[in-house]
Every structure is written in C-alpha cells, then in structure tokens.
Design a binder for this molecule. Sequence first.
Ligand SMILES: Nc1nc2c(ncn2[C@@H]2O[C@H](COP(=O)(O)OP(=O)(O)OP(=O)(O)O)[C@@H](O)[C@H]2O)c(=O)[nH]1
Ligand SMILES: [Mg+2]
Ligand SMILES: [Zn+2]
Length: 302
Amino acid sequence: MIAAFGRHLLVRDAQGVTYEARPFGRRVQAVCGDRVRCAHDPAHDEVHVNEILPRRSVLARATVRGEAEAVVANVTQLAVVIAPLPLPDPFIVDRYLCAAASLGIDALLVLNKSDLLDADALAATEDLLAAYRAAGYRCITASAASGAALADLRAALDGHTSVFVGQSGVGKSSLIAALVPEAAIATGELDRDAEGRHTTTSSRRYDLDATHASALIDSPGVRDFAPSIDSLEPASLGFVEIDRLAPSCRFADCRHLREPGCAVLAAVEAETLDARRYESYRRLRRVFNDLQAARGPGRRER
Ligand SMILES: Nc1nc2c(ncn2[C@@H]2O[C@H](COP(=O)(O)OP(=O)(O)OP(=O)(O)O)[C@@H](O)[C@H]2O)c(=O)[nH]1
Ligand SMILES: [Mg+2]
Ligand SMILES: [Zn+2]
C-alpha cells in the first residue's frame, strides 16, 4: 500500500499500476507499507482492501494512553533526518534509534542541508554526530539542494525499504524528491501550511528503482516521538553503546541509574560514553515507565 488518507487508500499492484481503494470492513487498518489483499467490486467499480498480510515489522508510536499506533509497516531501515535548521532535537533522534533497535532493523542518520553549514555550525553538528558514530551508527552528511553526497545516500538505501523520519522542515521530502523523480512530482502538488510551506501530511511510499527491490517512505514531520517500546530490553532500551557496556556491570540486572559497580556510570564519568546520550537513556526510561503505568496497574517496571 502506498498511502492512506483516512479511509481513502492508494495501492499498487505487482505490475506497478496504482489504484484508489477503500478498506473493506472496520477491522482493516492498513498503514503505508502494508502488503494487502485486494478485490475489485464490479457493482460499484471500486477496489476493496480486504486483508492485511502479516507484517515483517511495524514502526509504532506510543499514544498518551500507552497504546501502540502503527505508523508504517514492513520497513527494513529507519533513516533519521536532521538539519542545521530547524535545530536538531537529539532526544527525538534517540527515540527513533530506540524504535529501530526494538524492531531489529537498521538505522541511518542523515544530516541534510550541508550547503547551509558554515564553519561554526559544522563543528557543532559534527560534535552531535560524533556520539552516534562512536555508538556505531552510520551518518551521512548530504544536501538535497546541492546534491552533495546523494550518491552515498542512495548506496545506503539500496536493497532496503527505508522510512524517512524526523522533525518537520529538515528536508525529508526534498531528499526523497532528489532521489526519486516520481516523488518530485507528487510533492509538487501537495498541501501547504498556513505560511505557504509544503509539509507532508501522510506517509507515502515510492520505489527507488525499477526492480521494486528498494523503496523509500516519506513521513510527516514530528514535534516529538515516543516509541512503542513494549518489547524492548529494559536494561538498555536500544542504546547500543550501553548494551556493549552492560555485561561489565556488577549486577546482571543493573539499570545503570545509581547501582554500585555500574560500568555505564563509570564510562559517563570517564567521558568515554556520551553524557547526553546517557541522559537520553534516563529520560526514555521515564517515558517507558510512564507508558507502562498508563496502560494500567501492575505493569510498571520495578
Ligand atoms: N538549503 C537547503 N534547504 C533545503 C534542503 N533540503 C530541503 N530544504 C528546504 O527545507 C524546507 C523543508 O523541506 P521539506 O523537504 O519540505 O522538509 P520535510 O522534512 O519533508 O518537512 P515535513 O514534511 O513538514 O516533515 C524547504 O523549504 C526546502 O526547500 C537542503 O539540502 N538545503
Ligand atoms: Mg515532508
Ligand atoms: Zn550498569
């Protein structure tokens, strides 16, 4: 499925033909990226989406009530986009990386608008990226406007279904438009906000190449993102660099908060673990606990 606008769906078949469709029945809650079974209703000349095929992955956000809400399905990679402007919120980045870890899918950081970076801004953003590089995440500094590093980006997207996520205005749609001519046309006709700016209002999938082996999903920008992290290992919440240190903690069930002999706290102290990433871990624990509590008594972790 390519896109959903409420109950108005856009689907594409194996031959690449696009159809407008409707969900058949209330239980069919398909999201962008879903593989669906459709039927043509000759009486109304409509295409019906009858069934969602099993999902290999589903990126979900947690609602304030602690419930999981599917955002996109069947992605194999999360491309988290940041830019010098709007100013990056690294906590949002960390939450997406946490979601990727919980899904067991790849994650990639893209710093867009490299054409805007003067020497000072470049140093500040490189500092931010250094913590992610140290943790082992792949980072690409690119520009949709100048075309810089788009070949590197394309290579990192090859063979994947990647969803582009991040704050509004970082250039997700612009990057996708620069990579996929079809997307450039689609975004040209999209809705504008009050200030006349283009802004994406629903997720949409594009083939990156003719073989359908690689695809990109554009998604609406967010102000915040709370991953639905039910399945996560509470000991690390997907922070790969904490994962690596945890076996050295004195206690096997160490939460890395104030336990004696904690290797994570020691690494923060020694400045070998990024203090901001560690703060992000603590904040995410609180979010995780609050969401568990919102879902009802008895589910709060310790
Ligand atoms: N200078 C510069 N501007 C860019 C670049 N990429 C995007 N922009 C501009 O940034 C603004 C936002 O770009 P979009 O692609 O709409 O951003 P988005 O992330 O899709 O935003 P939402 O759909 O609201 O989430 C537009 O005015 C773009 O022209 C870039 O590489 N360099
Ligand atoms: Mg957009
Ligand atoms: Zn510890």
